[in-house]
Write a protein that binds this ligand. Structure first.
Ligand code: CTP
Length: 431
C-alpha cells in the first residue's frame, strides 16, 4: 500500500518516526510529507532515511513530477500524525499553501488525522468545529488519548501510541476497501451490503483492557479483538455509523470489510474504556460491549520500574504483593445510566466455559439477569477455544424472553452478522 505520512509541527512528531517504521516494516511504501514547522522537531534527513524517499515541505521541489498533485492522487492512505490545531484548521478550510495541505486536497483515498495538542486547543470550539467539518467530509479523525502532555499538564490531547495508530489506519483502509467489502458480502449470507442498518448509530468495544503496574508492565487478558472488529465491520457494511472503541488492538484489525466509515477510538485501561464509552453512548442507538474488561486493577501504579531486591548474600527471593481493586462494571453502569429510556439498546458478551453449577447457556442466563442488558451473547470458551481463533460458537440470549439462538461453529463475521440480525429485531421498525 502507498502511504503518505503527513507530519505537522508538534512535539509528538517524534512518535511519527515509530509509526513510519511500523508501516515500512510491514512492507508498505511510505512518503513522508512534513510541514516546515514539523522539521523544527524532527529533521528531513530522519524522514528521508527511514522512508527511503526524498522529503519536501513545499510545492517547488521536483516540480517536473508535479508532486503537489501526484502524491495525493497516488496514495492508498494519507495519515497525518500528529495533526496540530493549525493543520486541522487549514485542512478544514481547504488551504493548499504547502505540500501537505495540497496533498490533502488531491487525495481521494481514506484520510486519517491523529490530532495532538494541548487540551485547551483540542477542546476549543474552533478546533472541534474543524474536526466536525473534516468528519462530515469522510475523513477519520482519531480521538486523542488522555494523559501527560508537554510540561506538567494532563488531559486529552496526547497522540495515541504508534501501534494503536497503525491499527486504526488498517481498520480505516479495510473499511474503505471495495475488494474486501465484496469479499465480505460474497462469503456471508448475512453480511451482504444491504444497508439495513443505515442511519443506526452504533458503538462497539473490542479487544482486552490492560491495567498498568509500572511503566513497562500490565495485567492483561487474551482477547484478540477479532470478534469486536468483525462486529464493527459488519455493522458498517450494513450501513451503520460505527464507533469502535479499540482496547489495545494491533494485528487484529483487518479481515473482512465494510461499507461505511468506522471511527476508531483507541484506549488502554478499563477506566479509559469507561470514559470513552460514557462519552460516546449519549449519541448512539446501540452499544455492543464485546471488549474483555479487567475486573481488577492494581491499587497503586508504580511510577518507576519495579525492581527485584537483592540481599548482600544473594539469598533474597522475596516478591512484591500486588494489591488489586475492583474496576467498575461498565456494562451494568450503562444499563443504570439508561434508566427508563428506550435507547441505547445494550448488548453484552459473556465468555463462559460452563462448570459444575451450570451449562454455558445456564450461566449466561444468570449473567443476563445480573447485568440487565437487552441481549447477551454467550461465547463458549476454553483453554484452546475462541481466543485468537477465527471460528466461534455463541448463544444469543434475549432479555425479553425470545428463544435462545445458537450460531456456530462459525467465522467471526458470521457470528457478527447473526448478532446484528438479533439486534435488529430489537430496533423498532422506524429507527
Ligand atoms: N464488562 C464490563 N465491565 C467489567 C467487566 C465486564 O462492562 N468490569 C462487560 C464485558 O464487556 C461483557 C460483559 O460485561 O460484555 C460480561 O463480561 P464477563 O467478563 O463475562 O463478566 P463478568 O461481569 O466479569 O463476570 P464473571 O467474571 O463473574 O464471569
Amino acid at each position: 500500500m502507498r502511504v503518505v505520512l503527513g507530519v505537522s509541527g508538534g512535539i509528538a512528531a517524534y512518535k511519527a518516526a515509530s509509526l513510519l517504521r511500523r508501516f515500512t516494516e510491514s512492507g508498505h511504501d511510505v512518503t513522508v510529507v512534513p510541514t516546515e514547522a514539523a522539521l523544527q522537531f524532527v529533521g528531513a534527513p530522519t524522514w528521508a532515511a527511514l522512508s527511503g524517499h526524498p522529503v519536501a515541505t513545499d510545492v517547488w521541489t521536483a516540480v517536473d513530477r508535479v508532486p503537489h498533485v501526484r502524491i495525493g492522487q497516488d496514495a492508498d492512505l494519507v495519515v497525518v500524525a500528529p495533526a496540530t490545531a493549525d493543520l486541522l484548521a487549514k485542512a478544514a478550510t481547504g488551504q493548499a499553501g504547502d505540500l501537505l495541505t495540497a496533498t490533502l486536497l488531491t487525495a481521494r483515498c481514506p484520510v486519517v488525522f491523529a490530532p495532538a495538542m494541548h487540551t485547551e486547543m483540542w477542546l476549543h470550539p474552533a478546533t472541534q468545529a474543524n474536526v466536525a467539518t473534516l468528519r462530515s467530509r469522510g475523513a477519520h479523525v482519531i480521538e486523542p488519548s488522555s494523559g501527560r502532555l508537554t510540561g506538567a499538564d494532563t488531559g486529552p490531547g496526547r497522540l495515541p501510541e504508534p501501534e494503536d495508530l497503525y491499527a486504526a489506519c488498517l481498520a480505516v483502509v479495510a473499511a474503505a476497501d471495495p475488494a474486501v467489502r465484496a469479499e465480505a458480502a460474497g462469503d456471508d449470507p448475512h453480511g451482504d451490503v444491504r444497508g439495513d442498518l443505515r442511519g443506526v448509530r452504533v458503538l462497539v468495544t473490542a479487544g482486552g483492557t490492560r491495567e498498568a503496574l509500572d511503566p513497562v508492565r500490565y495485567l492483561g487478558n487474551r482477547s484478540s479483538g477479532k470478534q469486536g472488529v468483525a462486529l464493527a465491520q459488519v455493522a458498517a457494511a450494513r450501513g451503520a455509523e460505527v464507533t469502535l472503541v479499540a482496547c489495545n488492538l494491533s494485528a487484529a484489525v483487518g479481515g473482512s470489510g465494510s461499507g461505511g466509515a468506522i471511527r476508531v477510538v483507541p484506549v488502554e485501561s478499563a477506566l479509559d474504556l469507561q470514559a470513552a464509552v460514557t462519552t460516546a453512548c449519549a449519541d448512539v442507538d446501540v452499544v455492543v460491549m464485546c471488549a474483555a474488561v479487567a475486573d481488577f486493577r492494581p491499587k497503586h501504579y508504580v511510577e518507576t520500574k519495579i525492581k527485584k531486591t537483592h540481599a548482600a548474600d544473594g539469598s533474597d527471593d522475596s516478591a512484591p504483593v500486588i494489591e488489586l481493586v475492583r474496576n467498575p462494571d461498565i456494562l451494568a453502569g450503562l444499563v443504570v445510566g439508561r434508566g427508563a429510556a428506550a435507547r441505547p439498546i445494550i448488548v453484552g458478551f459473556a465468555a463462559e466455559t460452563g462448570d459444575e453449577t451450570g451449562s454455558v447457556v445456564e450461566l449466561a442466563r444468570v449473567k443476563l439477569a445480573r447485568k440487565g442488558c437487552d441481549l447477551l451473547v454467550a461465547n463458549e470458551v476454553g483453554a484452546t477455544k475462541t481466543f485468537g481463533e477465527d471460528t466461534n460458537t455463541v448463544h444469543l440470549l434475549f432479555a425479553d424472553g425470545r428463544p435462545v439462538v445458537t450460531v456456530g461453529p462459525a467465522t467471526k463475521s458470521d457470528v457478527a452478522a447473526a448478532v446484528w440480525d438479533g439486534i435488529q429485531v430489537l430496533l423498532p421498525a422506524a429507527h
